[in-house]
Structures are given as C-alpha cells and as structure tokens.
Design a binder for this molecule. Structure first.
Ligand code: 5RP
Length: 221
C-alpha cells in the first residue's frame, strides 16, 4: 500500500509550479507528497503552503517548506489532499485522521483540488459507511442523539483510551449508516444540526483524482 501511496504522491508533483500557494492536505499519502515537495524545493521549486492540520504543519516545518496563514488575502492555487474513500462520482469521504474541517475549508477555496489515493480507496456508493462528523464538545451527547435520529449509529472517537480532540478543540463522532446514496443530502441534513461543525462528506469539490495502483498512476476527472 505504501508503495502505491509513494508513487501517486511523487506523480502529483507534476502539477506544482513555482510561485504557487499550495493547500497541504493531511494523512500518510500527503506525508509522502511533502517529502517529494521538499526534494523539488532543494532543486529550485519555490512555493508556499497552507497546512490543513497541525500534523502537516509540523512535518512541513521539518522539511523546511515555508508556510503562510489562511488570511483574507490568501488564495490557494492548488490543494493536494488524501481521502479515506473516493466514490465513482468523485465525491469523497474524509476525516479518518480527524482533520476534516481545516481540510474542507482549504480544499474548497483552492483553485484546483487534486486528491491522491491508492486504489483501495476507490468504492461504489452502496453498502455501509462510517461518516466522521466533527461536533462541539459542549453537549456532544445531545448532538449524537440528533444525528442518530437521522438513521446513523455514532461512536465517540477514542484513541489509546483518550477522547480524540481535533485541531479545533472539538470531538469526532464516527457515524455508521446503512445506505449513503445521496452524499450531498446527507451532508446538508447533518450540517443543519447546531452542534455539528462539519462532516467528512466532501461533495462536488474535486478537480482530479490520482490513483496509485500496481500498474502505475491513473487519473480520473
Ligand atoms: C484526514 C483525511 C486524510 O486525507 C485521509 O485519512 C488520508 O488517508 P491516508 O493516510 O491513507 O493518505 O481525510 O482527515
């Protein structure tokens, strides 16, 4: 799996040009992308990045990739991000690493969004899925009840016996659902609940998906 992630991350460098402001996604595939980016920067590539998570921020600092704040005047030419699942219509399920809110904001405003994944992430839109939902810690059990009233079964994300806290200081609920035919509708219904900050459903955002498989890298748009 790692070979495929490495391969696709390296290939994505071809879309990076000097002078760009890049949205730097999160996850293990993007971590390879950051490494290849830093290799290219040693050869003269000149970019700045906006990280989608504190982990990406730390790694970018480690590689010497210059970072800028997401401010009023910031524009993002290209965002390169990973995904947990990519459906056949190129909508995404994200949030496995708990960075969905910052990822969604940066991926949304980017001129171009390129998703890099290995082929295990490509799925059909039928069957059971688990949607990560970032919620306020305040009254989270009430928010959970409201989400479950929409047909989900949610579990508070706990890692190593500790409640997972997002970079924004919120909790994540992993919400199982039997059918997920209309992602946009599912997202809108969840998002209207007051305690919900955002969902891991990324709808109509992607420009290009790059998929690493045993034969190389293929692209879908
Ligand atoms: C984090 C995400 C990541 O983009 C996703 O988990 C990436 O997966 P991988 O580690 O396989 O690249 O959505 O919130």
């Amino acid at each position: 799996m790692d070979d495929k992630k490495q391969l696709v991350a390296k290939e994505a460098i071809k879309y990076v040009e000097s002078g760009m402001t890049l949205g730097l996604g999160s996850g293990s595939t993007v971590e390879w992308f950051l490494k290849y980016l830093s290799d290219e920067m040693k050869l003269g590539l000149n970019i700045v990045g906006v990280p989608t998570s504190k982990k990406t921020e730390r790694l970018a600092n480690h590689y010497g990739i210059p970072l800028v704040e997401l401010a009023k005047e910031t524009t993002i030419d290209l965002a390169v991000d990973g995904a947990d699942l990519v459906f056949s219509d190129l909508n995404l399920l994200k949030g496995g690493g708990g960075s969905l809110v910052r990822e969604k904001l940066i991926d949304w405003i980017a001129e171009k969004l390129v998703i890099i994944v290995d082929d295990s992430k490509m799925v059909n839109q039928s069957g059971q899925f688990e949607v990560p939902v970032e919620v306020l810690s305040f009254g989270w059990e009430k928010t959970k009840e409201l989400i479950e009233a929409q047909g989900y079964t949610c579990q508070l994300r706990v890692i190593n016996d500790e409640t997972f806290i997002s970079d924004n200081g919120n909790f994540i609920l992993d919400c199982k659902v039997d059918k997920l035919y209309d992602l946009n509708r599912a997202h809108i219904y969840l998002k209207q609940i007051t305690g919900v900050v955002d969902t891991g459903l990324f709808v109509n955002m992607v420009d290009l998906v790059m998929i690493g498989d045993k034969h190389g890298v293929r692209e879908m748009n």
